[in-house]
Design a binder for this molecule. Structure first.
Ligand code: C5P
Length: 302
């Protein structure tokens, strides 16, 4: 008995960050777009669970202990439904690790959906979203997919309409960045200044609704970008190379260090990816489109 769930990466087309809250988190106006780079999580009944394995080029960087969000998702669902977490979770990893594309969050959402199907717990959407929010700020969006505005610490979602397909290039970096470290650097850079309340850009929401790549390019923003660049100055080279290759917009994805480039169409995206790969500014460059659906069962049934 096993169930496989496919789950996408995300890019933040807007990431407005407020001042640190008393709980250490930051209020956000976070516009997520799910893009077609995927992990697959397979849940198989196993008496010695929960345990997790991972395969893929970056598998060595994925923690396989109780900090893995897939394991935490299985434990949370099992506990709520009074059952033992007897599951083996296998992650086929294609989303960059520690890259600012919510790869770990994606695995948490996928494991939750997979265990729910495998165990027949039939949790409601609300219950699943509640567990996701406990697991992490980006996990609810990995469940939902599409495009959404995340407020609070990013977990309170309002779905957004998208009127077309956007073409992206993602350049992965030679090393990862820690999300808490990037938020700490944001705090350090902002010391002594007044940090405004984060507000979603109506121009950006309209650009998504129209499917207008030029308008989206003019509206994208990421308040974590200066912090990511401060910790990882070489990212400026990747951003400049993507712009020179014809990207409509170039930005750091989330807390980075993956850089994201918006392209006018599929051909331009492929050319930008080729150009980026020919520079020493990134490890590799991938194309993907968005929006795409969130965590989805693709095979298996209990
Ligand atoms: O929610 P999640 O566990 O993914 O967050 C990882 C870290 O990122 C937090 O521990 C915190 O340091 C930072 N963070 C934040 N404000 C947010 C989301 C994340 O400061 N809204």
């Amino acid at each position: 008995m096993s169930v496989t769930v496919r789950v996408p990466a995300k890019v933040n087309v807007q990431l407005a960050v407020g001042a640190a809250r008393p709980d250490g988190f930051h209020d956000l106006a976070n516009v997520f777009l799910a893009v077609g780079l995927y992990d697959e999580v397979t849940a198989t009944a196993s008496p010695d669970g929960p345990r997790v394995t991972c395969a893929g080029p970056d598998a060595g960087q994925v923690p396989l202990d109780g900090t893995n969000l897939a394991v935490r998702a299985a434990l949370a669902l099992a506990e709520r439904h009074g059952r033992s977490p007897d599951v083996h979770l296998h992650i086929a990893k294609d989303i960059p690790v520690a890259g600012g594309m919510a790869g770990g969050s994606a695995d948490g959402a996928a494991a939750l959906v997979a265990c729910d199907a495998l165990w027949g717990t039939n949790a409601s959407r609300e219950e699943l979203l509640g567990i996701c929010a406990e697991l992490g700020s980006d996990v609810p969006f990995s469940l939902v997919g599409g495009a959404a505005l995340g407020t609070g610490r990013g977990e309170l979602l309002r779905p957004l309409e998208v009127g077309g397909t956007f073409h992206w290039v993602f350049a992965t970096a030679h090393r990862g960045l820690s999300t808490p470290a990037v938020f700490r650097e944001f705090d350090r850079l902002g010391e002594g200044t007044r940090i405004p309340e984060p507000v979603a850009s109506q121009d950006l929401i309209d650009a998504l609704a129209k499917g207008d790549a030029d308008a989206l390019a003019a509206a994208v923003s990421n308040d974590l970008q200066p912090a990511a660049l401060s910790l990882f100055p070489e990212l400026a080279g990747a951003l400049a190379a993507g712009r020179a290759a014809g990207a409509l917009a170039a930005l750091v994805s989330g807390s980075g260090p993956t850089t994201a480039f918006l392209a006018r169409d599929a051909e331009t995206a492929a050319r930008i990816a080729d150009d980026l790969r020919a520079t020493a500014t990134c490890r590799t460059a991938r194309t993907a489109t968005g929006p795409v659906p969130g965590a989805t069962v693709v095979s298996g049934a209990p």
